[in-house]
Write a protein that binds this ligand. Structure first.
Ligand code: ADP
Ligand code: MG
Length: 485
């Protein structure tokens, strides 16, 4: 653990402890226990069966696809798959829960202990996963139609979720954000969840506590339903500071459920924490336990694609990328697809730095993701090739890239048209150098008198006079020769 993760208060340093509970909607076409569709954006209450509406006498029928996706997720995080697991009723009263209970898993979840590896700047960090269980989602209460009433939309009621519970292993908001990103990448790679946080298809509860290094774990607060990685980061930073301030002024932390107000950037009390006892869990008498044999698990394992960590390893070995760079590229499957097209034509390290720096920067500004990049991998490789063979410098390449975004033209065509080719012709460069030296006789004298630092000034002047087109290595060499003559 690095020191930079600590919070410094009036009484010294505090360690932040974080455990996340992530809800991920499984990519099934129908719900967990009914045949109603899960399609997003339907008219309210269009996708509701009698089971979802909690009609008396209706029996749940398990969706095999959902089970398979949860097992795939368990295998993808190297977890124990439990050959026997049990569905329990979690009882509570709420208008959007027509059954009066949620079918979930309590004592015997489908997946046991696993792990997720985080690619942090200072190395790889391992975060334990305690368990994954399957459960139904609830419906939604709507207030926007008429403020006097609450309307209930049951389209989401009964949709299959998995809850992925981590160990309290994270020590900073950065690590928690990296964990959520990595988990999102994994479930997207294997197609178990689309990871769309804006639609609420992936959301997370953050448990946060603070302690003096070496002390036992402190009392935690749980921040509910954080729906973006940026908000998760903010919510944790705010919450940790709040707890430090309370403890340092002699107060105590009460275990409670809080919510994050993204407009104000703060967390607030929602309710005091309920215990497992309050839910009166018991095995659902309508459902048999799930039982798998090894062959079922092995067959699912055989369908797993290359996972982010494996891809990362391959990129490091095959392309000589650093662990960090490889981690950035594999973070999204679409980045990896683009990168692999790029390196069929371009040098891998140049490809990574230009892709993650210049390309991502411009896409970000446009608010476009890489699948919709106006510059295809093919075209981007064309730009990189012009740099590799010294036709243009890196500085000019940035201008060319801007023009590519503006015009949609190929790099080579733009360079040709605008006469942006790098000048490597020594005669032409020498001419510029002579002009610069003639215009600055005093500086030439100072340089020759021992003021070495002025060399950078001359380089700058020559590059400027050439419109940035002179080959920097050639300028360096010729300038030295002429100044030292
Ligand atoms: P509950 O059943 O009340 O939700 P769990 O023991 O299942 O409680 O823990 C829920 C989450 O809280 C887990 O992700 C766990 O890692 C995290 N957690 C437990 N203790 C702490 C703590 N002291 N500080 C921060 N997180 C914690
Ligand atoms: Mg919990």
């Amino acid at each position: 653990m690095t020191k930079t993760n600590m919070i410094t208060g009036n009484t010294g340093e505090w360690e932040v402890i974080i455990g996340l509970e992530v809800h991920a909607q499984l990519t099934t076409e129908s719900k967990l226990f009914s045949g109603a569709p899960t399609a997003f954006g339907a008219e309210p209450n269009a996708n509701v069966s009698f089971v979802d509406a909690g009609m008396p006498g209706m029996l749940p029928v398990i969706n095999e696809k959902a089970i398979e996706q949860a097992v795939r997720t368990g295998l993808a995080i190297n977890a124990q798959i439990n050959k026997k697991s049990v569905f329990d009723r979690k009882n509570y009263f709420y208008p959007d829960l027509p059954q009066g209970y949620q079918i979930s898993q309590f004592l015997d979840p489908i997946v046991g202990k696993g792990e997720v590896l985080l690619d942090m700047k200072d190395g790889v960090k391992k975060v334990g996963v305690t368990r994954i269980h399957i459960e139904q989602d609830a419906g939604k209460s709507l207030h926007e139609y008429n403020p006097k009433y609450t309307y209930i939309d049951l389209n989401r009621a009964g949709v299959a979720l998995m809850e992925i519970v981590s160990e309290p292993d994270m020590r900073s908001a950065d690590e928690a954000a990296a964990y959520l990103k990595k988990l999102r990448a994994i479930v997207r790679y294997i197609g178990a969840c689309d990871g769309d946080m804006e639609k609420g298809n992936m959301r997370c509860d953050a448990n946060v506590s603070v302690r003096k290094p070496g002390d036992p774990l402190g009392t935690r607060c749980e921040i509910k339903n954080v729906n973006s990685i940026r908000f998760l980061h903010k919510a944790i930073e705010f919450e940790a500071m709040r707890q430090v301030e309370i403890l340092e002024s002699g107060g105590v932390i009460h275990q409670e459920t809080r919510l994050f107000d993204s407009d104000k950037g703060e967390t607030r009390t929602m309710r005091s924490k309920e215990d497992a006892m309050d839910y009166r869990y018991f095995p659902d008498p309508d459902l048999l336990p799930l039982e798998f044999d090894q062959a079922y698990i092995d067959a699912i394992r055989a369908t797993l694609p290359e996972l982010p960590d494996q891809k990362k390893q391959r990129y490091m070995e095959k392309f000589g990328l650093s662990a960090y760079d490889a981690g950035v590229i594999v973070a999204e499957q679409e980045y990896a697809v683009y990168f692999e097209k790029l390196v069929t034509k371009a040098e891998p390290k140049l490809a990574v730095s230009w892709m993650t720096g210049e390309l991502f920067g411009r896409l970000n500004k446009l608010g476009v993701d890489i699948e919709n990049s106006p510059i295809s991998a093919e075209k981007f490789a064309g730009l990189l090739a012009l740099m590799s063979d010294n036709t243009i410098s890196g500085k000019i390449a940035k201008d060319v890239l801007d023009l590519m975004f503006e015009t949609g033209k190929d790099a080579a065509a733009i360079v040709e048209e605008k006469g942006m080719k790098q000048v490597t012709d020594t005669g032409a460069i020498e001419k510029v150098i002579d002009e610069v030296m003639a215009a600055n006789p005093d500086k030439v004298a100072q340089y020759r008198g021992g003021k070495d630092k002025l060399f950078a000034f001359f380089i700058g002047q020559v590059m400027k006079a050439s419109g940035g087109k002179a080959n920097p290595a050639a300028v360096n060499e010729l300038l030295k020769k002429k100044l030292n003559a």
